[in-house]
Design a binder for this molecule. Sequence first.
Ligand code: NDP
Length: 310
Amino acid sequence: MEQTKCLIIGSGPAGYTAAIYAARANLNPILYTGILPGGQLTQTTEIENFPGYPQGVDGNQMMEDLRQQALRFGTDMRDGSILSLDKDGDIFTAHAEDGRDISAQTVIIATGATAKYLGLADEEKYRGSGVSACATCDGFFYRRKTVAVVGGGDTACEDALYLSHLAKKVYMIVRKPYLRASQVMQKRVREAENIEILFEHNTLGLFGEDGVEGAHLIKRKGEADEELLDIAIDGFFLAIGHKPNSAIVEHLADTDEAGFIIVDDKQQTRTAGLFAAGDVCDPMFRQAIVAAGSGCKAAMSAERYITEKK
Ligand code: NDP
C-alpha cells in the first residue's frame, strides 16, 4: 500500500491550493483530481472577481495555472477519483479508481459541489438533447435559437448573459417575484435587450419530438390568478444551485441538512486528521477566492496536526 502524509481529493481552487501549501510543507501530497479536473471553474467563462487579475481571467487558464503551481512543488497529481475512504486507528485508507490503495496520515476533502436539477422526468428524457446545467459548455449549440435559464441567482444571471450573446432570445424562469443575484448582475440582465425575465413562474415539464421544443410553465402557482402557459424554446438550462459532493465521507464527517460538511475554523471535520475545504463545506459563499483560502487553511492545519502527533 502506498503511503502519504496528505491525501487531497478534488482539484478546484481549494484542492490545488491545499496541494501548493502541503507540497511546500514537505507533506508530499497525493492529489486525485476527481471526474472534472479543475472543477467547476473550468465550466465558467471569465472570472472577474479573483483579486490580482484586473482584466479578469479565463476559468480554464486559472485552473491550469493552479495545477502547474501545485506540480512545481512536487504534488503527485493523478486524474481519477477516490472511491472509498476509511479510518483505522490514526491512519486513513483510501481506495482509488485506478486500483491503488493509499494509506494517509491526513486527508483533505475538496470535492466541490454539483449542479442541481428540478427533478422533472423530462430533464432526464431530454438530457443532452436540449437540457443542460452548463451554459458555457453547451451554449454554443443554441446560436440564434431561443433558450430558457431556470433560477434567479448569480449563476442564472451569468448564464443568461452568456447565452444572450449567442441565442436570439433568453427567458429567465424565476420562481420568486425578484432576483436573488447581486445588484451588478441584476443590472446587466435588465439591460440585455434579448433577456426576458418571467417572475413567479415554475416549470411543469418540457415537450418536443426530437429534443426540446418548449416548456410548460405555471405562473403564480397556488394563487387565485394562477395561469398555465407554454413557451417555445430550444434549450433549457438549469442554474438553481449546487449539491455538495460529500457522500464519500458521510460516515466520517458531520454535514448540515443539505449535505455540506461541517468544519471548525481550522477546516477540521468531526474526525481528527480529516479536513474539508472549498464548496463541499461552504453553503454560503461559493467563491474561488474563499475556496482557495480554505484550501490553504486545511493544508496548514494538516501540517500542524502531523507535527503535534509526533
Ligand atoms: P443561489 O442559491 O444563489 O440561487 C439559486 C436560484 O435558483 C435562486 O433564485 C432560487 O430561487 C432558484 N431555485 C432553487 N431551487 C429552485 C427550484 N426547485 N425551482 C426554481 N428555482 C429554484 O445559487 P447560485 O448558484 O446562483 O449561487 C450560489 C452562490 O455562488 C451565491 O452566493 C452566488 O452569489 C455565488 N456566485 C457568484 C458569482 C459571481 O460572483 N460572479 C457567480 C455565480 C455564483 P429562490 O431565490 O426562490 O430560492
